[in-house]
Design a protein around this ligand. Structure first.
Ligand code: 5RP
Length: 242
């Protein structure tokens, strides 16, 4: 599983803190990445100790880990369908978390960039469907404003059209390549990922709407107005921002 950012101890504190917020009978969205993996492992321990919990994975990797941990699983369409139980809480990591800069719209605090693990399309479905979405992060992910590249999942046939639209919107697109293979990254959904550098993003909601409107874009990694709590693990403890 891809690991990025700060120390593993800080990630573990964040993940375990969010896992402790899960209550008996909950259906839990299981995020992707090294920080969310700590939450999944802690939930596995709690399930072993008798917690009644079911998980809705956001990727093949989180499904595999949850299965290893013995967490009973539900597919997203079954969880949120008319007969489904819904999702009580989702726990997921982030590549960047906006803390807000002076003069910003107060709603821009808590906006996220996700998709470092190319799982953001399913992550957004699960995180948006949950009654509560808890972000787990270490301090290296925090920034007054978002300024990392925004991952955009694209249909293969649309990659050059999407790249042109991203340039029109002021961004610089780069097709993501697999680290150890001679070829592009292919998502769990069979699509490609373009990482789009926009510099500092002053209005994440406006950019989110612009990217969503481009034909060929399956999903992008800007998560605006979705997070309910951010659990930030530090070297000595955890801070929870609401
Ligand atoms: C995957 C994601 C991850 O949550 C994000 O990349 C953070 O990963 P990590 O916790 O390993 O730093 O969005 O698509």
């Amino acid at each position: 599983m891809k690991t990025s950012g700060g120390s593993d101890a800080a990630k573990r504190r964040a993940g375990e803190s969010a896992a402790e917020a899960v209550t008996d009978g909950d259906v839990v969205g299981l995020g992707t990445g090294s920080t969310a993996a700590h939450a999944i492992r802690r939930l596995g321990e709690r399930a072993d100790a008798g917690l009644d919990v079911r998980g809705v994975p956001t990727s093949f990797a989180s499904r595999e880990l949850a299965a290893e941990e013995g967490i009973p699983l539900l597919d997203l369409p079954d969880a949120v369908g008319p007969e489904g139980p819904g999702i009580d809480v989702a726990i997921d990591g982030a590549d960047q978390v906006a803390t807000g800069a002076a003069g910003d719209d107060p709603l821009s605090g808590g906006a996220l960039i996700k998709g470092g693990g190319a799982a953001h399309a399913r992550e957004k479905l699960v995180d948006a469907a949950a009654d509560r979405f808890l972000v787990v992060a270490d301090p290296s992910k925090e920034s007054p404003r978002l300024d990392r590249s925004v991952p955009v999942e694209v249909l293969s046939a649309g990659r050059t059209a999407v790249a042109a639209a991203v340039r029109d919107a002021g961004g610089e697109p780069t097709l993501r390549r697999a680290e150890r293979k001679d070829g592009p990254v292919v998502t769990d959904n069979g699509n490609l990922v373009t990482d789009c550098a926009f510099g500092e993003i002053a209005d994440p909601a406006a950019l989110s709407a612009t990217l969503s409107a481009v034909p060929g874009v399956v999903e992008h990694g800007l998560f605006v107005g979705l997070a309910d709590e951010v659990h930030v693990g530090t070297e000595s403890g955890v801070r929870v921002d609401e």
